[in-house]
Ligand binder design. Structure first.
Ligand SMILES: Cc1ncc(C[n+]2csc(CCOP(=O)(O)OP(=O)(O)O)c2C)c(N)n1
Ligand SMILES: [Mg+2]
Length: 376
């Protein structure tokens, strides 16, 4: 069972010293190792993606280093029939549902091979506009309820998203309709350079749940077991027809917002160092070792397996043939205006010219990866 820390944060993992470890009912040794495998998979994906970005092999990338416990703990509390609505911060969560690494890396390469049919994995498209997927998730969850199906939905968003109208609409709609939805807030303390204190006057983000008439829980976002347990309770409520729950998972962003960001201009660097020391994969590894569940050999095997998966993923993504530029126009409008044909011809002319000029060479990066970037 989770214990509640001061500040109302639930946690299960101790610190190996004065704070004792807890246990989560219903998780056996194999489940505990599965959680570790998923954590290492996401950590490896994230660290390799930053390298691929610096090598010019993927575009702007939203780093999720130290968010893995929130993503893994919550995703493991779901059944396969349940739907996941990720934001850009959870771009790789589909790996836990079997989406190939090459597909996700293709997405960050801006390549159409990065698209998937959401119904194949019950994982919706990665949402970049802040909070616009919250009403989508509420609608899907409501639809499941209307059809008498048992599936629930979870939607992931950040602290900044709670200031958006779409968040409010989705949360209120889900509560009024008793939609089986988990509103999972990754509160990492920052919306790019805007701190939480400038985002809200609410004492906690979970307090907002009261206004919608749903329960709000706060959990240590670096504790994969506490996140799992809190999400499992929310899933059980949703499946039992009791409606949505707001889960606030609290951490502190320990990496740049994205590869286009240099947080040294605004962040509390001492706090970042502190967060890095207690990062979530290491904390869970300590827990497993104290239980005698993880040997050095197993650790190495899991890590090298994840690294191999990434090598294969990037090789496959890079082997995709360049898409034809006509794809940009084909599905935009049911009755395309004649100007589209001219635009496409112009695009082909420009691309032909840049290809001759070697546009595919890697882009330079600044100290924190800053460079000529897109936006996430
Ligand atoms: C509607 C909308 N407005 C602005 C942006 C630009 N933008 C991208 S990320 C971001 C910050 C979001 O912060 P938060 O919700 O805390 O999520 P985090 O990135 O910390 O996970 C903003 C403002 C956007 N993508 N969409
Ligand atoms: Mg944030």
């Amino acid at each position: 069972m989770a214990q509640v820390l001061s500040g109302g944060l639930r946690r299960v993992i101790g610190d190996g010293e004065g704070v004792p470890d807890g246990r989560v009912d219903g998780l056996d040794d194999a489940d505990l190792l599965d959680l570790y495998r998923s954590l290492v998979l996401l950590r490896t994906y994230d660290e390799r993606s930053v390298v691929y970005h610096r090598q010019g092999r993927i575009g702007t990338y939203a780093i999720f280093w130290n968010h893995e416990a929130m993503q893994v703990g919550s995703a493991h509390a779901l059944a396969d029939e349940d739907w996941i609505f990720p934001s850009y911060r959870e771009s790789a969560i589909g790996l836990l549902r079997g989406i190939p690494a090459s597909t996700l890396l293709s997405w960050w390469r801006g390549h159409p091979a990065g698209w998937w049919n959401p119904a194949d994995y019950n994982v919706a498209s990665i949402c970049v506009p802040i909070a616009t997927h919250v009403p989508h998730a509420a609608g899907l969850a409501w639809g499941k309820r209307l059809r008498g199906e048992s599936a629930v939905a979870i939607t992931y968003f950040g602290d900044g998203a709670t200031s958006e109208g779409a968040f409010h609409e989705g949360a209120n709609f889900a509560a009024v309709m008793r939609a089986p939805l988990i509103l999972f807030c990754n509160n990492n303390g920052w919306a790019i350079s805007t701190p939480l204190a400038a985002q809200t006057r609410a004492e906690t983000l979970a307090d907002k749940a009261v206004g919608y008439g749903m329960p709000g829980v706060r959990v240590d976002g670096g504790d994969v077991l506490a996140v799992f347990e809190a999400t499992r309770e929310a899933v059980e409520r949703a499946r039992a027809g009791e409606g949505p729950t707001f889960v606030e998972a609290v951490s502190y962003r320990a990496a740049p917002h994205a590869t286009a960001d240099d947080p040294r201009a605004y962040i509390d660097l001492a706090r970042v160092e502190e967060e890095k020391r207690r990062e979530c994969v290491g904390r869970y590894e300590g827990y497993l070792r104290r239980l005698g569940l993880l040997s050095d050999e197993e650790r190495e095997e899991i890590r090298s397996g994840a690294a191999a998966l990434m090598r294969e993923g990037i090789a496959r993504a890079e082997a995709e043939p360049a898409p034809d530029p006509s794809i940009l126009f084909e599905h935009a409008l049911a009755s395309p205006p004649p100007s589209f044909a001219q635009d496409l011809a112009e695009l082909r002319r420009i691309l032909g010219r840049t290809e001759a000029g070697g546009a595919a060479s890697p882009r330079p990066s600044g100290p924190e990866g800053a460079g000529p970037e897109g936006s996430v």
